[in-house]
Design a protein around this ligand. Structure first.
Ligand SMILES: [Mg+2]
Length: 303
C-alpha cells in the first residue's frame, strides 16, 4: 500500500491535463482527491472542507501558488495542512521562497509519482507527529482531560465569544474534599485513581461542548458556554451527587472501596468586562465558601 490510510488531497493546478494526471495517480494510490483550477477556488474549497494535504502549482493566473500559500499559512485553521509545491524545472528562486513561506516540500513538473508519493508520506508523517506532540502538550497526563494551559486558551475563546454574542457563560471550580487524606491513608496510586475517576465523572456529567480541565493537584474547572447560572448550578449539583455515590475500589485486592465528596464554586459572566482570571477568582470565592460551610456542596448564591 502506498499510503497507510485514505488521505484527502487537494490538488490545485490551472493546467487541466496536469490536474487530471495528478488526480488519476493519487486515486490509484488510494487517496480521495479534490481538484481546484485556481488559488481562489482552493481557498473556497478549504473554507468548507478539511483536507490532509495540498499539492499546489506555483504558476497560476489570478492568485499565484505563492500568494495562495501565503494565505494558507496566515489562516489558523489551514496553516498546519502540509503543502507540496509543484514547480517548473527552472524555478529555483520560487522554490526557495515557497519553502521560506512554509511549504513542506516541492516536486518538479513533470513529476515522478514515486518521488511525489514519498514526499507526501514524509510530510503527512511529520504533520501527524507534530499533531500528537501538540495534543500531548494540551492534555493532563494523568486524567487525559485538558490541562491548565489548554483550558486557559479554550475558555478565553469561549468567554470572548459569549461576550460578542451576549450569551451567558458560567465558570465552575471543583476541589475534591480532604484529598490529601486519600494520599496519606492509601498512597499516591490510590490518589491517582481517585483523580481519574473524578475526571471521568466530569466527562459524564457535562456536555460535549463544555470545557473540562484539571487545573491543579485536585482542582478541576469546567467552563459552560450558553448556560444560565441556574442551569449550571443544577448541572454541578448533579455532578456533586454522582460523586458522593461513586465508590473507588482500593488497589490492594481487598473488597474495600472509598468514597469522596467535592466542593464546587460557580461564577457567571454577567459583566461584559470579565476575563478568565476574574471568573476563576469569583468561582474560587464560591468554592471557599462551600468549604467553609462544611464541604460537599454548591453554594447557590449569585457570585
Ligand atoms: Mg500552472
Amino acid at each position: 500500500m502506498i499510503f497507510d490510510k485514505c488521505y484527502k488531497i487537494l490538488v490545485v493546478d490551472d493546467a487541466k491535463d496536469s490536474q487530471m494526471l495528478l488526480s488519476f495517480d493519487l486515486k490509484a494510490a488510494g487517496c480521495d482527491v479534490i481538484s481546484a483550477g485556481s488559488g481562489e477556488m482552493a481557498l473556497a474549497i478549504l473554507a468548507s472542507t478539511g483536507v490532509d494535504l495540498i499539492i499546489l502549482d506555483v504558476h497560476m493566473p489570478g492568485l499565484s501558488g505563492l500568494v495562495t500559500l501565503e494565505r494558507l499559512k496566515r489562516n489558523v485553521h489551514w496553516q498546519m495542512i502540509p503543502v507540496i509545491m509543484l514547480s517548473s524545472s527552472d524555478g529555483e528562486d520560487e522554490v526557495v521562497t515557497a519553502l521560506e513561506l512554509g511549504a513542506d516540500d516541492y516536486v518538479v513538473k513533470p513529476y515522478i509519482s514515486k518521488v511525489l508519493f514519498a514526499r507526501m508520506r514524509t510530510a503527512l508523517r511529520l504533520r501527524e507527529k507534530t499533531k500528537a506532540l501538540e495534543d500531548l502538550a494540551k492534555t493532563d497526563f494523568l486524567t487525559g482531560i485538558n490541562n491548565r494551559a489548554c483550558f486557559d486558551e479554550l475558555a478565553s475563546c469561549a468567554i470572548s465569544q459569549a461576550q460578542r454574542s451576549e450569551r451567558p457563560l458560567v465558570m465552575a471550580m471543583f476541589d475534591i474534599d480532604f484529598f490529601k487524606l486519600v494520599n496519606d491513608d492509601y498512597g499516591h496510586d490510590m490518589g491517582d485513581k481517585v483523580l481519574k475517576s473524578f475526571a471521568a465523572s466530569l466527562i459524564e456529567s457535562f456536555r460535549n461542548y463544555d470545557i473540562i480541565a484539571r487545573i491543579g493537584g485536585e482542582e478541576f474547572a469546567v467552563c459552560l458556554p450558553n448556560t444560565s447560572i441556574k442551569n449550571a448550578i443544577y448541572a454541578c449539583e448533579r455532578l456533586r451527587a454522582s460523586v458522593e455515590y461513586m465508590r473507588v475500589p482500593l488497589n490492594n485486592g481487598s473488597k474495600k472501596e472509598i468514597g469522596i465528596t467535592v466542593s464546587i464554586g460557580v461564577a457567571s459572566s454577567v459583566s461584559a468586562s470579565l476575563n478568565i482570571d476574574c471568573l476563576l477568582k469569583q468561582a474560587d470565592i464560591g468554592l471557599y465558601y462551600a468549604k467553609s460551610q462544611g464541604r460537599n456542596q454548591v453554594p447557590t448564591f449569585r457570585t
